[in-house]
Design a protein around this ligand. Structure first.
Ligand SMILES: [Zn+2]
Length: 227
């Protein structure tokens, strides 16, 4: 995965497709089935994972056990969510004090092509975990790891996939240049208290859905034509 060949690039994009299949298409395909159960791992969960369901999130400790460069992407994602939500996401090493645990995922959780996977708040056995594939780190840019971290946190906060490729909750690929669009913000605001500056105003109209979040995100080279 470290070499820059065309084929490794294709595997990379297929990897994002697998991420989508892992947390998106399953939602649609199994919409009629209950109960839906999250993946599990042997890693002890953070004691405060249920805090992620609180309307006012407040202090949310995040125990990052994944190594750099994934860890760096997640640290940057904490700043993103602090700008959007009335919350204080911060790094926390104590299992008794954290709500989110970011772990290295094994093949039992992540298929070979998957880059990351989060548990979903509305499914059973929710323990506030995000698993990343350490083997994919060399194939991803820092922007892609950052965007993926923002995306996976979004799932922990109750967000579903968004059909818009401009949304960071798009189900195929994120590279850090995406935003939370109006649909994301509305969904988020139904679950959690937002920073006042982010509350949607009802504008712009539905066919121009982007609402900027108060953070400067790096420009990327996102191109849906590549898959
Ligand atoms: Zn997803």
């Amino acid at each position: 995965m470290a070499s820059g060949t065309v084929s490794s690039g294709k595997r990379f994009f297929i990897g994002f497709l697998a991420v989508g299949l892992g947390c998106g298409s399953e939602v649609a395909a199994r919409a009629q089935e209950k109960p839906r159960v999250n993946w599990a791992s042997a890693d002890a969960p953070c004691a405060k994972y249920d805090d992620l369901r609180n309307p006012v999130l407040g202090d949310i400790g995040v125990k990052i056990d994944a190594a750099d460069p994934w860890a760096d992407g997640f640290r940057r994602a904490l700043h993103f969510w602090n700008a959007v939500l009335a919350a204080n996401f911060h790094e926390e090493t104590n299992l008794n004090a954290c709500a989110v645990r970011v772990v290295n995922g094994g093949s039992d959780i992540l298929s070979k092509a998957m880059v990351a996977r989060s548990q979903l708040t509305e499914w059973d056995n929710f323990r506030g975990k995000i698993a990343v594939n350490p083997g994919t780190a060399r194939a991803l840019s820092s922007g892609e790891m950052y965007g993926t971290a923002v995306h996976e946190f979004g799932h922990l906060l109750g967000l579903k996939h968004n059909a818009s490729s401009r949304s960071v909750m798009y189900f195929l690929n994120v590279n850090g240049s995406e935003v939370l669009d109006r649909e994301d913000i509305l969904d988020l605001s139904a679950r959690h208290k937002l920073r006042a500056a982010v509350v949607p105003t009802g504008f712009p109209p539905a066919n121009a859905t982007l609402i900027a979040v108060p953070i400067t995100m790096p420009l990327g080279s996102f191109s849906p034509a590549e898959w």
